[in-house]
Design a protein around this ligand. Structure first.
Ligand SMILES: Cc1cc2nc3c(=O)[nH]c(=O)nc-3n(C[C@H](O)[C@H](O)[C@H](O)COP(=O)(O)OP(=O)(O)OC[C@H]3O[C@@H](n4cnc5c(N)ncnc54)[C@H](O)[C@@H]3O)c2cc1C
Length: 376
């Protein structure tokens, strides 16, 4: 992937931010199951939240999928996927506000989000299910100037600390046409949260959200009533690209960790890297990473050219999660017992693999989506 100079400069800036502000603290933050709120402001100061947001709110002006992929790929080098997932929940919570919020809502939320002062989350999934988006049951009933919201959302990234939650609600009949997106300010009465403990992504704040007669001013509706499903699907394309780039970055980190270990670790009088079986494992990891990254690069080009390659993004997400899973297993095997110790990046990434095959559209749902798009 040949990158223009300004993109290479941006990559270096993000890499330095990761190396200086995140990587040294990863093990500590993972055990603490949180990272400091101040990290949002540091990321905001560097302009890392601005991709795809209007200049009048402090954004970069245009959508640039390559910049977004650079952020995800470089952030993955910290070796803890939960930190980018939570730190950048703005990139799933706020794009619908940019796309369909009223000027008043945009002016209230976006500048604060871009500077890192406010955190946005996206709440689609409910205890009753996440894959079947068209059948969500949280309701928003119009009542004068407000919607009265009732229901629950779960597995919500940044759910505990978000200031605004872009929430999928039912304003109409059953099915996709009855869905809307409503921004819920989290300081409203009737809104509450509980944290969730997870297999991986420990430093990422994940929560169940409760809406008990929350009165949300109507100005927070995004677009028109009934446009929610379309906005959610649009948002998924960018989320999937961000996830793909993060998985490519994580896979590369696993390769690097395994290669370093294989060169240094001696067994039976020789470094592991001299054994053909180990060399083949490393090359197989590299081969799969290169193939996934090349496909990602093609998709970045297409997205930046204004296309929406839905089927390819879905397929590539599956390719990336399977590559990450493969690399995590092989890296663990090469490190042996050391990969089983807490605090080791290989151990952490091994635990995090599953969420990538489930969140943002599970593998089965991605393959089914691709089949429908391809007319199969
Ligand atoms: C750490 C974490 C963070 C998350 N962050 C967010 C967030 O910020 N916002 C948000 O809204 N959600 C979030 N999610 C939720 C995630 O998007 C859902 O878990 C995901 O969409 C799957 O939904 P589900 O868990 O309800 O599984 P279900 O929909 O119940 O599916 C269970 C299994 O059945 C499979 N399946 C479902 N339907 C079919 C079918 N028709 N054919 C074949 N197989 C099928 C699925 O692929 C899956 O493997 C997060 C999840 C995790 C674990």
């Amino acid at each position: 992937m040949r990158e223009p100079d300004e993109h290479r400069l941006f990559r270096r800036t993000v890499a330095e931010f990761v190396a200086n502000e995140i990587t040294p603290h990863v093990a500590e933050w993972d055990e603490a199951e949180e990272f400091p709120r101040d990290l949002y402001r540091k990321a905001g100061e560097l302009g890392l939240f601005g991709i795809g947001f209007a200049e009048e709110h402090g954004g970069l002006g245009t959508h640039d999928a390559l910049l977004l992929a650079i952020v995800a790929e470089e952030l993955a080098q910290c070796g803890a996927g939960g930190i980018p997932a939570s730190l950048f929940s703005n990139y799933i919570g706020a794009p619908p506000i940019q796309a369909a919020g009223t000027p008043e809502t945009q002016a209230e939320i976006l500048p604060r989000m871009l500077s890192g002062d406010a955190v946005c989350a996206l709440a689609i999934t409910e205890p009753g299910g996440g894959s079947d988006v068209a059948n969500l049951s949280t309701t928003a009933v119009a009542d004068g100037d407000v919607y009265i919201v009732n229901g629950q959302k779960t597995f919500i990234t940044s759910g505990m600390r978000a200031d605004y939650v872009t929430t999928a609600v039912r304003t109409g009949d059953d099915g996709a046409a009855g869905l809307s997106l409503l921004v819920v300010p989290t300081d409203l009465p009737g809104f509450s949260t509980t944290p969730l403990q997870k297999m991986g992504w420990w430093a990422s704040d994940t929560a169940t959200l409760y809406f008990d007669d929350v009165a949300v001013p109507k100005r927070y509706l995004l677009g028109e009533e009934g446009q929610g499903f379309g906005l959610i699907m649009l948002n998924f394309n960018h989320e999937r690209l961000f996830m793909i780039a993060g998985m490519v970055g994580g896979s590369r980190l696993l390769f690097d960790e395994a290669l370093d270990w294989a060169r240094e670790r001696e067994t039976f009088g020789r470094p592991l890297a001299t054994r053909q079986v180990v060399r083949h494992k490393l090359v197989e990891m590299d081969r799969r990473i290169n193939a996934t990254r090349a496909w990602m690069a093609e998709l970045i080009d297409r997205v930046d050219a204004g296309e929406a390659p839905v089927a390819q993004l879905a397929e590539c997400k599956v390719q990336a999660s399977r590559t990450l899973e493969f690399c995590a297993r092989e890296a663990s095997q090469i490190l042996g017992g050391a990969s089983y110790l807490r605090g080791n990046p290989v151990e952490r990434l091994y635990r995090e693999v599953r969420v990538n095959a489930i969140g943002g559209g599970s593998e089965e749902i991605m393959i089914d989506l691709a089949a429908r798009q391809l007319g199969i």
